[in-house]
Write a protein that binds this ligand. Structure first.
Ligand code: PMV
Length: 330
């Protein structure tokens, strides 16, 4: 059996946890699932009686393995058999392209189907959350919000309809190579402990989420760009003001941001966001995406440009039969 899940890119960021044990987010978030960047995960019975964990055709490193092993602890003992867990990303792992989101969604569904567990939707959400804070969002296609209910320690995800949902494209501008310097889970904990701006981040976050949802519902590009950039820059202000500071940007990151501001003043449609890495993601429409790709691709230090479009929910394949996962409660 095999599961293919798409990554997502957050327009409103999750950054900071209120519970480390549950990996419970201190703030909500809102993302777009991307068709082109996927994780494929398959599970089969292991013939030698031992578990094997493989990522991108190599044995998984301990940090990755620990998350899969934690997930497997949720499988009842009487159903637990040794497995070969094979996962591969069609894009660079741990580089600010949200590999843990698609990996988490694919892993949780693969375990659910392989062991025939029939986990409820809310169980799947909480297990995906434990794997990675951005993973529950990859259980849905298109625009999706993740809303934490801190009092009940539950999360909800909501697919969001928007007039922009077929028009939108994301130009991913790679601004450097290699895995990120500090993993997001460590950097966000450091921000919480040491940035004097962390309380302001949490207290202003809900308003950003509300504004962005309204902009999506009304199809207002300019408002969407304005809130998305504000929220991204606040997140990066947290990393920069952590002690010690975490600096994800490269000179190319800043060059791309300046390009966006300049071209937008000349009427180009586009706004940016960035995650825990140097790459810039430009939200735009199909018509302008090619122009952004050409202009950003020509900047020094830019190592590659890709255009992504909105993606659907995960796809499951069992015994040659493939279908789109639709586990949302009605
Ligand atoms: O899912 P994690 O633990 O890798 O954290 C994701 C954090 C950001 O990508 C920076 C923001 C987000 O909401 O995706």
């Amino acid at each position: 059996m095999e599961v293919t899940a798409s990554t997502n890119i957050a327009l409103i960021k999750y950054w900071g946890k209120s519970s480390l044990r549950l990996n419970f987010p201190a703030v909500g978030s809102l993302s777009l699932t991307l068709r082109e960047f996927t994780t494929k995960t398959s599970i089969c019975l292991s013939e030698d009686g031992k578990d094997h964990f493989v990522l991108n055709h190599k044995p998984m490193d301990p940090l990755e393995k620990v998350r899969v092993e934690a997930l497997l602890k949720a499988v009842p003992e009487k159903k637990r058999v040794p497995i070969r867990f094979l996962s591969s990303n069609n894009f660079p792992t741990a580089s600010g392209l949200a590999s843990s989101a698609s990996a988490g969604a694919a892993a949780v569904l693969a375990v659910n189907y392989f062991f025939q567990l029939n986990w409820s939707f809310s169980r799947l959400l909480m297990l995906a959350l434990k794997f990675s804070g951005s993973a529950p969002r990859s259980l849905s296609g298109g625009f999706v919000s993740l809303e934490p209910d801190s009092a009940r320690r539950k999360i909800k995800i909501h697919p969001l309809a928007s007039p922009l949902d077929t028009l939108v494209r994301v130009v991913v501008v790679r601004c450097g190579e290699g895995p990120k310097e500090v993993l997001s889970r460590d950097a966000m904990e450091l921000s919480k402990k040491s940035s004097p701006y962390y309380p302001a981040w949490v207290s202003t976050h809900r308003a950003d989420l509300r504004r962005l949802k309204r902009a999506l519902a009304r199809g207002e590009w300019d408002e969407l760009f304005s809130v998305m950039e504000h929220n991204t820059l606040k997140m990066h202000a947290l990393t920069l003001t952590s002690q010690p500071p975490v600096m994800y940007w490269t000179p190319a990151t800043l060059a791309v941001i300046r390009l966006i501001r300049e071209k937008r003043s000349q009427g180009w449609l586009g706004g940016f966001t960035m995650d825990a890495g140097p790459h810039v993601k430009i939200f735009t429409d199909a018509e302008t995406a090619e122009k952004w790709a050409d202009a950003a691709g020509a900047l020094p230090g830019v190592t590659g440009v890709l255009i992504a479009s909105p993606g659907g929910p995960p796809r499951i394949t069992i015994e040659g039969k493939e279908w789109e996962w639709d586990g949302f409660p009605n």
